[in-house]
Design a protein around this ligand. Structure first.
Ligand code: ADP
Ligand code: MG
Length: 628
């Protein structure tokens, strides 16, 4: 969990490896000099080289033992030990130790590069607050953020991180949320503004009321997501794992055949030469270069995305994104801003003002964009004493008891389902109908704006032959209007939340196994769809808790263009992985052939493998530095 500690632990690992390596290299040089000086031969030479061999192989043997206990028998470590022990046995001491030495250098490079990538992700995710200033009767007390309770007042000074999610009660300031959202523009906060933990207070002194404990706060939840992301493996990663599972035993068997078959079949062949060639074959077969480059590239891709404020919950989703052929969008709050303006108030038996007041009261507890906009339009504060009951019917509207009267607020579907007469509206916009105690009371026509950046995103998708679909619970007129403005391929309107899931499942059934479908939503009335899609992409992860949970990819800011970047990063990552695999496997085949015919020594084989690994690592690093 603690990024700092994890980093320190990894660095220690690297340090131990370095010391081992230096000791091994020293002993190795010593042995070479001593062997030349005394011109020893035979078993004395073994004695000279044995210390270096033991120091360099100890860590590998330990790993093999641990893998054995996990019932994981054949891996590249075993391959190395078999080959080098064999070489020691047949009197090739110098080569055996040299091969181990280079193998360990390779391991070190691997550890350092994985470490580097993880660290750069963790650094970006430097959102962990270390302390909080609790306001007490007499002053302030510095405590750990985990000790804060809901309702307490905290003080956040300029330059400090917001420790938990809170609401400003005093002061005004600029807040930098770049580490959370990738958005470099600071935003202004004043009394009543929400503060998200992990963002940075830039200018003014703030007092704020805690409204979420540390564990439920934004920073802790995002860090948890990022950690879990490392456990979800992409198919290519599994492929590399599966490949080595069969490859290693097969190659070991081949190596043994190389040792025994030729001398057995052709009496003139020298058994010693073929023994050694078989051992070189084993070293040449080591799949190390392939094994690190794949996770490294995926980590790099996830890191590049997170630097741009796109949180990807696992390399499997990054990989799937590169194969996505269909993008399905929710309308309200996704394709549109979700900020409605009132176009027309058409009351029946009351004044416009009264109708608006009634809806604002009925929507007092709803978080739906329509509710928020109606409260905003009403402008005055709502006296919740007068609202004794409310119930939200998703996809329909709300039901409330206001001043003892039963009030229904919602779309025409809701009115008909309640057996209410209503006035049909033919103008473009979303009509919110109201009924009081079984009497129709009129409607309010509201409309929404296309989200900034959406047009560009959809145009890009069209250019790249990505199919686009809109699902909405709103009426067809509004749906068609938005679709026409954005150039969306197909539209499905009047859907209840459960219809959206059904519709999505229909699409997914008709697509091929290799094709993926992504759903983009805001988490309001569409969390089940987000969860069901191959890839659920949520907009504005900071506000919506449901979205943060259900989605696989989270845009930390409501900027749709970031989807384009995420797709480009995913394609870049998958390409790098493919290049790495092809290169590593191709080189392996060539090397094995050369080993078979005696053209490479044991050192040559391991150095060639290291070169492949280095090239692959460099290629993977490129992904991490993906241009912004
Ligand atoms: P979308 O699919 O466009 O995101 P929703 O599924 O959230 O829309 O809602 C569908 C329709 O249900 C809305 O267009 C509106 O007519 C009605 N509705 C849902 N919630 C409310 C609410 N709180 N108040 C009024 N109408 C609502
Ligand atoms: Mg919605």
């Amino acid at each position: 969990m603690q990024h700092g500690e994890e980093g320190a632990a990894m660095a220690k690992d690297v340090k131990i490896k370095l010391i081992e390596l230096a000791a091994g290299a020293g002993l190795y040089l010593g042995a070479i000099i001593a062997a030349g000086y005394w011109s020893v031969a035979g078993s004395w030479k073994l004695v000279l080289f044995l210390p270096a061999y033991i120091v360099l192989s100890e860590g590998i043997v330990w790993t093999i033992y641990k893998n054995f206990r996990k019932r994981h028998f054949f891996d590249e470590n075993l391959l190395m030990i078999l080959a080098t022990a064999g070489a020691m046995f047949v009197g090739r001491h110098k080569e055996a130790v040299a091969a181990l030495l280079f193998y360990q250098v390779g391991n070190l490079v691997e550890a350092v590069s994985l470490n580097h990538t993880k660290k750069s992700i963790a650094e970006f995710m430097d959102i962990r607050p270390d302390y909080a200033n609790l306001k007490t009767g007499s002053g302030e007390k510095t405590i750990s953020p985990g000790e804060l309770r809901r309702g307490q007042i905290i003080v956040i000074k300029p330059g400090e991180k917001v420790p938990v999610d809170a609401v400003v009660t005093k002061g005004a300031s600029m807040i930098d949320a770049k580490a959370l959202t990738g958005e470099s523009q600071p935003n202004e906060v004043k009394i009543g503004s929400k503060l998200f933990s992990g963002s940075m207070n830039l200018s003014g002194m703030l007092e704020a009321r805690v409204y979420k404990a540390y564990e439920e706060s934004t920073a802790a939840r995002i860090m948890k997501l990022v950690e879990e992301a490392n456990d979800k493996k992409a198919e290519s990663e599994n492929f590399a794992g599966r490949f080595t599972k069969y490859y290693t035993p097969a190659v070991t068997l081949l190596g043994i055949l190389v040792m025994i078959l030729p001398p057995m079949m052709f009496p003139g062949y020298d058994a010693g030469t073929w023994m050694y060639r078989g051992l070189i074959f084993l070293v040449a077969a080591c799949p190390c270069g392939l094994l690190v480059s794949v996770p490294l590239a995926f980590l790099g891709g996830i890191g590049a995305a997170s630097r741009q404020g796109v949180l990807i919950k696992g390399s499997n989703f990054l990989e799937a994104l590169s194969d996505t052929e269909t993008f399905v969008f929710d309308k309200t709050g996704t394709l549109t801003e979700g900020v409605f303006t009132v176009r027309e108030i058409s009351p029946k038996g009351m004044s416009e003002e009264e109708l608006l007041e009634l809806t604002a009261y009925g929507e007092a507890y709803s978080t739906h964009p329509i509710a928020v906009s109606l409260r905003e339009a009403y402008g005055k504060s709502v006296d919740t004493e007068r609202v004794s009951y409310t119930k939200e019917h998703s996809g329909f509207g709300v039901e409330a008891e206001i001043d003892g009267k039963r009030v229904l607020i919602g779309n025409s579907k809701y009115m008909s389902s309640q057996g209410m007469f209503y006035q049909p509206v033919s103008k473009i916009g979303t009509a919110v109908h109201v009924a009081v105690d079984g009497e129709y009371a009129g409607y309010i026509l509201i409309s929404d704006m296309i989200r900034k950046g959406m047009r560009k995103t959809l145009r890009w998708m069209e250019k790249h032959q990505i199919e686009t679909v809109m699902l909405t619970g709103d009426n067809d007129r509004v749906a068609e209007d938005v679709a026409k403005k954005l150039g969306i391929d197909s539209v499905f309107a009047n859907l209840m939340p459960e219809d959206k899931v059904e519709q999505l499942e229909d699409f997914m059934e008709s697509q091929l196994e290799s094709e993926k479908l992504a759903f983009v939503g805001d988490g309001i009335n569409d969390a089940p769809v987000l969860a069901r899609a191959d890839i659920g992409i949520a907009m504005g992860g900071l506000g919506a808790d449901a979205a943060l949970q259900a989605a696989d990819i989270i845009l930390m800011e409501d900027e749709p263009e970031r989807i384009i970047n995420a797709i480009r990063i995913s394609k870049g990552t998958v390409n790098a992985v493919k290049q790495n695999m092809i290169f590593a496997i191709g080189m392996k085949v060539i090397l094995l052939m050369l080993a078979l015919f005696g053209y490479v020594s044991m050192q040559d084989a391991i150095i060639a493998d290291m070169a492949v690994m280095l090239i692959n690592i460099l290629n993977s690093f490129w992904v991490l530095k993906f241009p912004e």
